[in-house]
Design a protein. Structure first.
Length: 591
């Protein structure tokens, strides 16, 4: 026990007593009990006195006050009898510099204030976490599809040693996320603290995929801290004599911290004034569509450039509905999507270039292109219109190619002939060659070889035309990949069944069904509400019973992912998988 001599007071007039203060331990930890002891020599103890009083503040709690008589050594090594007044307290559950007091004592009917305040330094317990981690969303009430950010805050304490690694950062399947690289996560000293450090940075930008009450799960972090002190007894022997001594040791230990889950309220998008061809984008967007020229010749390319930029779902932008380009031949468009951080938001930019080749000359009108989105700040739907455009196509100029080329005269001098003649050393006899004329052109085999390339050429040209038409139709390309994408998602669902991971199973089933519908219809069902899905399927003339099956399966997936795992059997999962496979087979009619 280490004694802290905080003060010595001499009552020279009334009491004539020297008073000192000490703590019962060197380290006082948050929320733990400790003692403050007031020590008075017995020979100087006033006869007329009352019990000392210590006032509580800053969250300290006084549990009891005891007194005891004992003996201690003075400066000369002689025993001195003393009286100890023991204040038993409980420290507040926070760290930092605090104080208790005042400490007063009534002696000879007069009140003496021994101390206005007694400073106490509260430290973190070695058994407690040396690191605290918090997630703070920029909003707790948002619209479906609206972007918001999550701030990550960390605070370290005295016994923190480092080696931080994120072990659990899954944000669930209910959000589209753009994660930060956390390069700005640097620890800085905490004001009014000599040991604590803190830091904060944006952890991710999210957009909810459905409405209702959603939860951001906690993230987990592993790190290293200094463990609690341990008394270690060691023996040492020299020349047959052994001695034993004790020492205090602290070892590094691995620890884990996690944040608290975050509850969010996600509002559905209003149905009033919603555009019929609503894109599903939520945020603040800009839309531009321009042609590089309005006059061109047949054979030239006409380029439509589309640029969409907004702060909605990170990395996701829905394409606008393009007009009919039947008077033009098109090739697959070029798409580029980029993400940048600006003004605390993820700004997604999508540029598309559509190349069109006119089939004939004339004047063509390309209808206007519309793009809409929901603005959560204004709480209204907005639409931007580009066009229409008039395109003038002229006949291309014919390139004149000369029919013949001028002959090149070559003359050989007599001397050159003589020189060449010297190089002719041998003339082989042609007697062995047949003198009969060749009649190969009169055979059927010759004419078959001659005519065969023509139908082969026609087949190749036909194949190329069909292939170009196929790849120029983005909807057809998407439909052709529908089965492949469905098979991959259903395989994930089967794997989840084998691992008995119910939540992953229903998440895969939902993605399978939504993705298959999107591929077959070339529409984006991802991010739609149940009402929007039903309206869209009805517009595709899908039978009523199939629409009801789709809605029932989606509702089952949504409910199962938040239900207790024990309430769903593996037989039910197998049955759900069979229903989805059977329904997707029936949906082939959409093709």
């Amino acid at each position: 026990m280490k004694r802290f001599l905080l003060f010595c007071l001499l009552f020279t007039i009334s009491a004539g007593a020297r008073v000192s203060i000490e703590f019962d331990k060197d380290r006082i930890e948050a929320g733990s009990p400790f003692e403050i002891r007031m020590i008075v020599p017995m020979q100087e103890l006033p006869e007329q006195r009352e019990t000392p009083r210590l006032m509580m503040r800053d969250g300290f709690v006084l549990k009891s006050l005891d007194s005891m008589d004992t003996r201690t050594a003075d400066f000369f090594g002689h025993g001195v009898r003393i009286r100890k007044y023991v204040f038993k307290l409980v420290a507040p559950k926070k760290t930092g510099s605090f104080s208790v007091g005042p400490l007063s004592w009534k002696v000879n009917d007069k009140e003496y204030e021994l101390a206005d305040r007694i400073p106490v330094e509260i430290k973190k317990s070695f058994d407690d976490n040396a690191l605290s981690i918090f997630l703070t969303p920029s909003k707790k009430t948002i619209y479906e599809g609206e972007q918001f950010s999550v701030l990550l805050s960390m605070r370290t304490y005295e016994h923190f040693e480092g080696n931080v690694s994120f072990t659990g950062t899954e944000l669930g399947d209910d959000f589209i996320a753009h994660r930060s690289d956390l390069k700005d996560l640097k620890l800085q000293p905490v004001p009014d603290s000599r040991t604590d450090m803190e830091t904060s940075a944006r952890f991710a930008w999210l957009a909810p995929m459905k409405s209702g009450s959603l939860t951001i799960p906690p993230i987990q972090v592993k790190y290293t801290k200094r463990g609690a002190p341990k008394v270690v007894e060691k023996s040492h022997s020299i020349g047959g004599f052994s001695s034993t001594f004790k020492s205090i040791s602290q070892e590094s230990v691995d620890a884990e911290a996690h944040s608290a889950p975050i509850s969010l309220k996600v509002l559905p998008l209003p149905a009033t004034h919603r555009p019929i061809d609503f894109t599903g984008m939520v945020g603040n967007y800009s839309f531009e569509a321009t042609f590089d020229k309005t006059e061109l010749n047949i054979g030239d390319a006409l380029t439509l450039s589309i640029s969409i930029q907004g702060d909605g779902k990170p990395g996701t932008i829905t394409d606008p509905k393009l007009p009919d380009f039947s008077d033009f031949r098109s090739v697959p468009p070029e798409n580029t999507t980029t993400k940048t951080i600006r003004s605390g938001k993820v700004i997604t930019t999508k540029t598309t270039k559509v190349f069109l080749y006119p089939k004939k000359k004339g004047t063509f009108t390309i209808p206007a292109i519309y793009y809409n989105w929901f603005n959560p700040t204004k709480k209204t739907y907005e639409t931007t219109i580009q066009g229409p455009w008039k395109i003038q196509v002229k006949k291309g100029s014919e390139e004149i190619i000369p029919a013949t080329s001028a002959p090149i005269a070559v003359s050989v001098q007599k001397q050159e002939i003589e020189t060449l003649g010297q190089d002719i050393r041998f003339i082989h006899s042609l007697k062995s060659l047949s003198s009969k004329p060749h009649t190969l052109y009169k055979t059927a085999f010759f004419w078959v070889l001659l005519v065969a390339p023509l139908p082969l050429y026609m087949l190749i040209v036909s194949f190329i035309k069909r292939h170009r038409k196929h790849i120029s139709n983005s909807a057809l390309m998407r439909k052709s990949k529908a089965h492949k994408n469905l098979k991959q998602q259903l395989q994930k669902a089967k794997t989840a069944i084998q691992k008995k991971d119910t939540k992953a199973f229903y998440a895969s089933i939902e993605k399978s069904l939504i993705g298959f519908l999107s591929d077959l219809t070339n529409l984006e069902f991802q991010g739609m509400t149940r009402e929007q899905i039903q309206e869209t399927l009805q517009s595709q003339h899908l039978p009523k019973n199939q629409i009801e099956q789709i809605q029932a399966l989606l509702e089952t997936c949504s409910s199962a992912r938040f239900a207790p795992l024990s309430s769903i059997s593996m037989e039910a999962n197998q049955e759900t998988l069979k229903q989805v496979e059977k329904l997707c087979f029936a949906l082939e009619v959409l093709k």
